[in-house]
Design a protein. Sequence first.
Length: 426
Amino acid sequence: MGEIVTLFGEIVQKQCHKNPLAARRLLRLGYRAKKLQLMAAPGKNTTKAAQMAAVQTMTSMIAPLAHPERAAMASLFLPCEPLQVAGLYPYSCEGFGCFLSGTQAEQAFLRYAEGEGLPETFCSYHKIFIGAAEQGLMPKPRFILNTTLACDANLLTFRRLAEYFQVPQFVVDVPYEPSEEAVAYVANQLREMVRLVEGQIGRSIPEDGLCQAVARSQKSMEQFQRYMTLRADKRILGELTGEMFSAFALHTLLGTPETEAYTSQCLKEIDRAPSASGVRLLWMHTTPFWVEPLRKVTDFNPDVQVVACDMCFEGFVRADPSRPYDAMARRVVYSAFNGPVSRRIQRGIQAARQVRADGVVWFCHWGCKHTLGGAQLAKEQFEAAGLPCLVLDGDGCDRSHGGEGQLATRMDAFVEMLRAEKGERV
């Protein structure tokens, strides 16, 4: 299977250089084939919930390629319920960066982006997408919506893409300090954003439909929170790619019936799961799913399990779905990724205790200043809370950075230390 993916990625890159539209059709065909495989033969160890998240995410990647006239580009932290109610497809820049890497088609687009002046230290998820867009692989969206939350690459990437595609852009400014005033400020911006969307599509977005979508969001978040609490005593085997599928389901696709069904399935599976065993890890930030030696340590391993990832739960809040703009605004304003990195660390400590993690992995994705800058403080604060912390340096999607063996070696040593500590406690 690995050789097939490598060959497919090479063909997409070469075809894009000669005929971008043909390369796009090929990519769409490949993703549809992968979706069929996920539906028919997901793997003997894959849970039903993990299968649902993977299929849902794959469907969301195919839709903008197949129907660009209904695609609205949205950053990862943007509330997408208005787009869903309007019958539009959220078009994820970060998602396609991730998927093109999974397709092993990222290198040509990274080289193009850097050749166009983007620095090596710029986020590779964004560089891949910019390269793919400007070389014609990615279709033109109807418009672009993004927040200022978390990622400083947002400010450059989406403005650049709006200029390249010559489409309207709306930026939701999220105040750095969480407060009720900030919630009201962001809620008003979301109302303005919806007016822009309505103007672009020529019809209104019904308030009752928006309330229903936000109600699904709230129920999905509540169910996943319950799942995390119950997981403290249970063993669910998974893989690093599964954490990223969950992150898309609980962000860009939050508010859909599919995400609500996914979180319901998580609760069904946790009820019949066996008792907890092995070393349990909380993962902070994106997962380098392409690093095969690291996957051998974590994927479907009863002795080592990633039991939670902060990319999935950072924005969970309680809110009133009958006030949909307030609820959506509250999610981004009170996100653990907003404000100083200490808020994210404290949310991580809380989650680690919730799922009874034995240790924490803080993954410093190359190009993410927020994560890199907070690494030492995170290590100090996690360990002060009694949670051993491993800081790993790498790249979530750029294979040219290498270091796969070193990542796995350090993870192995960390796991052995945690295993020994668990033995001492017993």
